[in-house]
Design a protein around this ligand. Structure first.
Ligand code: FUB
Length: 321
């Protein structure tokens, strides 16, 4: 029988958990929530995080090891404020931590920091990734090539870009127009830059039409994740203001992807965010909610629960708490 979802680190507030299996252990790279006293607004100023910790565990039941601080805003030469979601990739013995951070002009960029071990420490590059923007990088390896998926609307600033160029004042499409797409880009062999212009990742409905901006229960908002299951590519994401984690399936890392359904119904708190990883032949959803903080949306706690697929490869919906 499937076990109940488990809070992973009750001692502190950690959100947006990106989980990977490195050297036979699960490593988790979350955002480190804190009480900053900044009032809540639609730009997300209250998510004012300043550092990251790395965590590991030998099984989903095992004790969670906190490896301590692996990167701080203060270490990042171009950094301004708000260390949001991050992710880590492993290539040729090095670990690459990709992160979202506002620069000194309050523009979100993606940065990269390099370490020799999965638990860090990570040394940041002196500049953000050239041509990067918005938030929520997800690193994904496929047949020896590495890709980043990214983007987030509202406070994540994706609406301020068209064709990868800043386009102010940054309006969302109308409700009956195609939704803003998440982005996908191949990384350079040294893992430090984009190797091409970021591309739109199209999410289609069952009729092959792009999801519309007004389709708030299905269109992309933020929190990209990619995993493969039985040869298919599963792109999953948050719908933000309708508080769902959804997924779409494609045949290759660039897509297009066809919308399939809900992975996780709304949790306590405004944001919902996740990663999906296979460990010892079971599949797990790492996510967060704001139950332990009494619903404070900016103080979230990371959790893990097992997920299952049906015979057609559809993910069985998990009820959020
Ligand atoms: O944690 C800050 C932001 O909240 C993340 O970058 C978003 O995905 C949302 O979870």
């Amino acid at each position: 029988m499937k076990k109940k979802a488990r809070y992973l680190f009750p001692k502190d507030y950690m959100a947006d958990p990106s989980a990977h299996v490195f050297n036979g252990k699960i490593y988790i790279y979350p955002s480190h929530d804190r009480e900053s006293g900044i009032a809540e607004n639609d730009q997300g100023d209250h998510f004012d995080m300043q550092d990251y910790h790395a965590f590991s565990l030998t099984s989903t039941d095992a004790e969670v090891v906190d490896h301590g601080k692996i990167l701080s805003v203060a270490d990042i030469p171009w950094g301004g404020r708000q260390l949001w979601d991050s992710d880590v990739a492993h290539r040729d013995g090095k670990y690459y931590l990709y992160f979202s951070l506002k620069d000194k002009n309050d523009i979100f960029r993606l940065g990269v920091a390099v370490g020799d071990r999965p638990e860090g420490p990570f040394i940041p590059n002196p500049d953000p990734i050239r041509g990067s923007y918005s938030i929520d990088p997800c690193a994904f390896e496929d047949k020896g090539q590495y890709y980043l998926y990214f983007g987030g609307i509202w406070g994540g600033q994706l609406q301020c870009y068209r064709n990868n160029k800043l386009s102010l004042p940054g309006e969302l499409p109308q409700a009956d127009e195609p939704a803003l797409c998440p982005k996908v880009v191949r990384l350079s062999d040294d893992m430090l830059q984009f190797d091409e212009e970021p591309r739109d990742l199209l999410i289609l409905d069952g009729n092959g039409e792009p999801l519309l901006q007004g389709d708030i229960d299905r269109r992309f908002f933020e929190a990209s994740w990619m995993h493969c299951y039985q040869g298919k590519y599963y792109f999953s994401y948050s719908t933000g203001d309708s508080h769902l984690l959804c997924y779409a399936i494609g045949d290759n890392p660039y897509g297009p992807f066809t919308y399939q359904g809900v992975i996780l119904t709304p949790v306590v708190g405004w944001t919902t965010h996740h990663s999906i990883v296979e460990f010892e032949s079971k599949w797990y959803l790492f996510h967060h909610d704001a139950v332990p903080s009494g619903g404070k949306t900016w103080l979230r706690s990371m959790k893990v629960t097992e997920i299952e697929y049906d015979d057609n490869g559809r993910i069985l919906t998990v009820e959020g708490s």
